[in-house]
Design a protein around this ligand. Structure first.
Ligand code: BEZ
Length: 219
């Protein structure tokens, strides 16, 4: 997909966890970017409703302050909105002057909504993208591993974004499951057994389906 030569408006793709999203090339604040060039590392790709808006400004300041935390996790960030490249530049300049932070991850311009529609960041009938804050967590193989959608009126939690990344990386490394409220460094859970003998042989009534990974299997 080339954002500058859209053949026809793509329908809302309704991408899901496990999908490989369509590749795209677009202009960004760091020059031309291609989604597939991020293969080999994690990527958080997220849309924001509009430049020069209050909640979005707080998100970009907060994300820029945590840029090192994403880098430490070998995770790139890429933002996207319908605003033009020059709107992005003007907004970033203002953020630097007012908040003292330089936004150094690419912000894609998507004035025709071609990327936003292909990723389901924009509802099919919408003529603008002001409705959505969608976030995709894309793994080094290019597969969507987690995604979420917030309304324009609620800003995302950067600690939760980092926790999600940590959980995805931990379950891949340890072949476990992250329980409710899991935090970095906590034990993961084992997948439940498929073996009836293990069900009957378990030390108690929950041990066959709800138990932590043994110490030796944690990394
Ligand atoms: C905001 O980021 O504050 C915002 C964006 C679009 C609509 C309303 C609020």
């Amino acid at each position: 997909m080339d954002t500058h030569h859209p053949a026809a408006p793509a329908p809302c793709a309704g991408l899901r966890i496990g999908d490989t999203p369509p590749d795209f090339e677009a202009r960004s604040t760091l020059g031309p970017v291609k989604l597939s060039s991020f293969r080999g590392r994690w990527l958080v790709l997220f849309s924001h409703p509009a430049d020069f808006t209050p909640v979005c400004t707080t998100e970009f300041v907060a994300l820029s302050k945590e840029a090192q935390a994403f880098k430490k996790r070998d995770c790139a960030l890429m933002a996207l909105s319908v605003d033009s490249l020059f709107s992005h530049f003007a907004w970033l300049r203002l953020i630097k002057e007012r908040f003292g932070v330089e936004v150094r991850f690419p912000i894609v311009e998507d004035p025709t909504l071609v990327v936003g529609r292909a990723f389901g960041m924009v509802a099919p009938g919408d003529n603008d993208s002001a409705a959505v804050r969608t976030t995709f967590f894309i793994d080094p193989a290019g597969v969507i591993r987690a995604m979420n959608c917030y309304p324009a009126s609620v800003g995302r939690s950067i600690p939760e974004m980092l926790r999600t990344l940590d959980a995805l990386q931990a379950i891949d490394a340890q072949h476990g499951l992250a329980p409710a409220n899991w935090q970095t460094g906590d034990a993961l859970l084992q997948s439940p057994t498929h073996d009836l003998d293990e069900v009957y042989g378990a030390a108690n009534e929950t041990d066959w389906f709800l138990r932590q990974l043994p110490e030796g299997k944690r990394t």
